[in-house]
Ligand binder design. Structure first.
Ligand SMILES: Nc1ncnc2c1ncn2[C@@H]1O[C@H](COP(=O)(O)OP(=O)(O)OP(=O)(O)O)[C@@H](O)[C@H]1O
Ligand SMILES: [Mg+2]
Length: 338
């Protein structure tokens, strides 16, 4: 996430502007009137469970699907009336792998470069530069079928950047990768955003990914955006940090701490849970007050809320439950087809 003075600002054309965008498949509404603006230079996340409408949104913005209603522009180009303008300014990495396994990494890149009519000399130079950027220069002449999942993902990202897009769409960039590979990819994505100033819009159902990478996160559920802000603001919007105090006398703790600056307080199994903003600043005062009132406590811990808490707050469900059951259903269907 870049933190220097914004490249974006007043007067600049937003990278993406979405207004009441809707997509229906027959009478099923997959994306239901979403609106948002992404400034140039942002890393923007669409976070939501399986079936939320993330891929459908990205597909409309990249002109692969025609919206049922609503409008959107990418780099100032209308997604319906100026498809070419949109296509020239974007790169896409699909959720499903789209590399040619029987070609080398270099050949996959070269093929893509020819499609975009990038002249030979420039093409060769950029391919080398990008394969170096994603750490694949040593393996560029190996067939893709010998690559690991993480290497394939990095190659797809490099390929998506070959025609120097201003906006890069990444649909579930780290799906199914192990934590270490995921971390590496996050670093590449940050580097791209920092060094090349590319606007990145990514979809994910990994809370940690949205939290770690994105300047702003839109939480999408059943085709609508239920919350949109920085991860930090989303987390504070649900009532702040979580402080847990264990005590033989929880009632006394509650009587002492129930104050206007506390956004929630409850007892469970001898532990008192307090929600409040900026807990770190309040802890010394809380501890002093507890001691001054002669109340015993056995432990005190502070936990920052996660985006999982945020998702739960806005949708009443956990993202994992949903993901698990849908994935199981998909596997079941897949098995049935064989
Ligand atoms: N071509 C289609 N025809 C009918 N229904 C579709 C089509 N494409 C998507 N859908 C439905 O629209 C909803 C949103 O799908 P979408 O692929 O956008 O979800 P997603 O958020 O990307 O989910 P995932 O995390 O599984 O990738 C789902 O219920 C899906 O079944
Ligand atoms: Mg998807």
């Amino acid at each position: 996430m870049h933190t220097d003075t914004p490249r974006y600002g007043a007067g600049a054309v937003p990278a993406i502007r979405v207004n009441n965008l809707t997509k229906s498949f027959d009478d099923f509404v997959a994306v239901d009137g979403i609106s948002f603006t992404i400034e140039s230079g942002e890393i923007f996340g669409l976070l939501g469970p399986n079936g939320a409408g993330k891929t459908t949104t990205i597909s409309m913005l990249s002109t692969m699907l025609t919206p049922t209603s609503g409008t959107a522009t990418v780099n100032g180009h209308d997604i319906v009336t100026d498809e070419d303008g949109v296509r020239k300014s974007i790169g896409i990495v699909f959720q499903d792998q789209s590399l040619d396994e029987e070609l080398t990494a270099y050949e996959n890149m070269d093929f893509h470069g020819r499609l975009y009519r990038i002249p030979g000399e420039v093409r060769r130079k950029r391919i080398d530069e990008l394969l170096t950027l994603v750490g694949l220069e040593d393996r560029k002449d190996d067939l893709v079928k010998t690559y690991s999942g993480g290497m394939r993902r990095r190659l797809e990202i490099a390929r998506g950047l070959l025609h120097e897009p201003k906006v890069l769409f990444l649909d579930e960039p780290t799906l199914g990768l192990d934590p270490q590979t995921r971390n590496h990819l996050w670093e590449y994505i940050e580097q791209l955003n920092n060094e090349k100033g590319i606007t990145i819009i990514l979809t994910t159902h990994y809370m940690e990914e949205a939290d770690r990478l994105c300047d702003r996160v839109a939480i999408i559920d059943h085709g609508t955006i239920v919350a949109l802000d920085t991860a930090e603001n989303l987390k504070s919007s649900i009532g702040g940090d979580v402080v847990t105090i264990a005590s033989p006398n929880p009632d006394a703790v509650i009587n002492l701490l129930a104050a206007p600056w506390v956004s929630g307080i409850e007892e469970h199994d001898g532990s008192v849970t307090v929600r409040l903003q900026d807990a770190d600043r309040h802890i010394p005062g809380i501890v002093t007050a507890i001691h001054q009132n002669g109340i015993d406590i056995t432990s005190l811990s502070v936990r920052k809320p996660t985006l999982e808490d945020v998702f739960l707050h806005y949708t009443g469900r956990t993202i994992r439950e949903e993901t698990g059951s849908r994935k199981a259903m998909q596997m079941f269907r897949w098995a049935g087809r064989r």
